[in-house]
Design a protein around this ligand. Structure first.
Ligand SMILES: [Zn+2]
Length: 212
């Protein structure tokens, strides 16, 4: 039995929670959990979350992505998760979603402003497009990681965020989705923005400008 059995079970449970909430969009999205200084658990590639077992979760070395446990192929976004966990050393979990509203914002050139005081930072920062599952995408993210921002919006794709635990990451995913909805409502003029501080942030986000 794997010494990481309990953590693998946590990953499966987190996947089911996110899948039930519609944040993974079928077999999209993937999750990672730091196991110790040198290893992390990650979901397998193209996983059917409702059929996934704890033994299907892969264990990879954080520095080299070498697989040390698991019969299945690890997620093609393992490099993204490793970049997040290597950089944000205070965080234990990294979650990549194809959540609907944030993914809609990912189709347009805007960050997603977050409510003041959010532990993720002031915004979900937009990362320029690179094809999913490639080193180019890992590089595009790695070059833009900031200590004060734990969530990033992958252009034309989805979200990746890091948090202290899988539960905290699930909460973060929900807050990002709510914030994306707020931004889309503001963009389409369907709702007045109730929170003055957020209205100012959205106004800033709506200013056209170059995307770094
Ligand atoms: Zn994806």
């Amino acid at each position: 039995m794997s010494r990481y059995a309990a953590q693998k079970k946590q990953v499966v449970e987190a996947c089911l929670t996110l899948a039930d909430r519609g944040y993974l969009a079928g077999i999209g999205g993937n999750l990672a959990l730091r196991l110790d200084d040198g290893h992390f658990a990650v979901t397998p590639s193209a996983a059917d979350y409702y059929a996934m077992r704890a033994d299907d979760i892969c264990v990879l070395r954080l520095n080299t992505l070498e697989k040390v446990e698991g019969d299945l192929k690890p997620s093609v976004e393992s490099g993204l998760h490793a970049a997040m966990l290597r950089y944000h050393r205070q965080h234990g979990a990294s979650v990549h979603t194809h959540q609907p509203l944030a993914s809609a914002v990912a189709l347009i050139d805007h960050d997603i402003p977050l409510l003041p005081g959010d532990s993720l930072g002031e915004k979900v920062a937009l990362i320029p497009y690179a094809p999913s599952g490639t080193g180019l995408l890992v590089l595009a993210l790695a070059r833009r990681l900031r200590p004060d921002l734990s969530a990033y919006l992958l252009r034309n794709h989805g979200v990746i965020c890091a948090a202290s635990s899988l539960d905290a990451a699930i909460g973060a995913v929900s807050r990002i989705e709510t914030s994306a909805g707020r931004l889309l409502n503001a963009l389409t003029g369907r709702q007045p923005e109730p929170h003055p501080a957020l209205a100012a942030l959205i106004q800033t986000a709506l200013q056209p400008g170059p995307v770094a």
